[in-house]
Design a binder for this molecule. Structure first.
Ligand SMILES: *Cc1c(COP(=O)(O)O)cnc(C)c1O
Length: 372
């Protein structure tokens, strides 16, 4: 049996949607992008959505909107994708890494956030690992106490919630990715959502060169443009957005399918004392973007190699950012992040996966441990 790490959840619906945009001859940012922004914001109980080229530029804009400047510090998790930290560097600010909460909770630790606060700290970025929410109530409490802004890197967590409240609706701004292997795939694409009207308006201007009107606006009767401030080209286009609309419509059922896979993994693997399966008592609905396990005993590299030989592709989320050559600072130690990263395996999980495949993966994993 072959179990790839990911399989795109596309069918004729995406193909047909793209054809309607191609035939309309409006292929850049336009009505489909606006529709996606509204639908996405609505589904996350947030007022405004701004579609962008990807999540990395969404994080960059988010930090700019909340006023992060050269010399400021932003507290970020290290157990994340590198963009969670590089966005801070793009503004001449410094990412300060905080550890995760525990072997059972791989999101940023509120306690360690508080340890890392200095007079230069301006903001916190919380990343909802695997689709499981960070402890947003505690993080917001700390932010209030020290007058900091909060950004959610919610790339893993579209449509997920924490204690009944939608992730993405807690912080000042939340950022999403629609990269191919994310829960909502458009190839490249991203979204910034916020309840702050000024942030949303300025984000829309900054994403299109600081211009007061876009080509689409002008075709629809708006006047010629002024440039209010130096901006960027961070736009998403209607070809990608229409795929996003189809994917968003599928997202509810695909999250339910992912939940089914995750439940089955947990059920199958629960007896093994050699494993930790994190987020066992998570209080909410996860988007289950990543299903990670922590290997207590045994040779992780060997296990991964043997799984590969059995046709099962795995991954690792993530190599810690603070250990990369360009982010290293001397003597920086994040014990839990380092331990988890070195003994973590991400197992395949996606809507098209079958229970048979889940069972096969679990059977192989169990066998590997028994053979040890
Ligand atoms: C994918 C991802 C990003 C970057 O998204 P892009 O759209 O590829 O720029 C940032 N943070 C996290 C946690 C991600 O998973």
């Amino acid at each position: 049996m072959e179990v790839p790490f990911f399989d795109l959840n596309f069918d004729e619906k995406e193909e047909e949607a793209v054809m309607t945009v191609l035939r309309s001859k409006w292929i850049s940012m336009g009505s489909k992008t606006q529709e996606l922004e509204q639908a996405f914001a609505e589904q996350h109980n947030v007022k405004y959505g701004v579609a962008l080229a990807n999540c990395t530029v969404s994080l960059h804009l988010a930090l700019k909107l909340i006023g992060v400047k050269v010399g400021d510090e932003v507290i970020v998790p290290s157990l994340s994708f590198v963009a969670t930290a590089s966005c801070v560097c793009h503004l001449g600010a410094k990412p300060v890494f905080a550890d995760v909460s525990s072997l059972n909770d791989w999101t940023i630790s509120p306690e360690d956030i508080e340890n890392k606060i200095t007079p230069k700290t301006k903001a916190i970025i919380a990343m909802h690992y695997g689709g499981y929410g960070s402890d947003m109530p505690k993080i917001l409490e700390i932010a209030k106490k020290y007058n900091l802004k909060v950004i959610e890197d919610a790339c893993h967590a579209p449509l997920a919630d924490y204690k009944g409240e939608k992730l993405g609706s807690f912080g000042d701004i939340a950022c999403y990715s629609f990269y191919s292997n994310k829960n909502i795939s458009t190839g490249e694409g991203g979204m910034l959502i916020t309840n702050n009207a000024e942030y949303a308006e300025r984000a829309k201007i900054l994403r299109t060169h600081g211009m007061t009107s876009t080509a689409y606006d002008r075709v629809n009767g708006k006047g010629f443009y002024d440039v209010l401030e130096v901006g960027y080209n961070y736009r998403m286009d209607d070809i990608h957005s229409v795929i996003g609309l189809v994917q968003l419509e599928k997202a509810k059922s695909s999250v339910a399918l992912r939940q089914g896979m995750a439940d089955r993994y947990r059920e199958n693997l629960k007896e093994s004392s050699d494993l930790v399966i994190p987020f066992a008592d998570y209080e909410g609905n996860s988007a289950n973007h990543v299903f990670g396990i922590f290997v207590r005993n045994g040779d992780v590299e060997k296990i991964k190699k043997q799984l590969k030989e059995a046709g099962i592709t795995t991954s690792n989320h993530y190599p810690p950012i603070h250990k990369f050559s360009s982010f290293q600072s001397k003597n920086e130690v994040l014990p839990l992040t380092e331990e988890i990263a070195s003994r973590q395996i991400s197992l395949p999980i996606y809507p098209r996966m079958t229970f048979e495949q889940v069972d096969y993966v679990c059977e192989k994993i169990k066998k590997l441990f028994i053979n040890e």
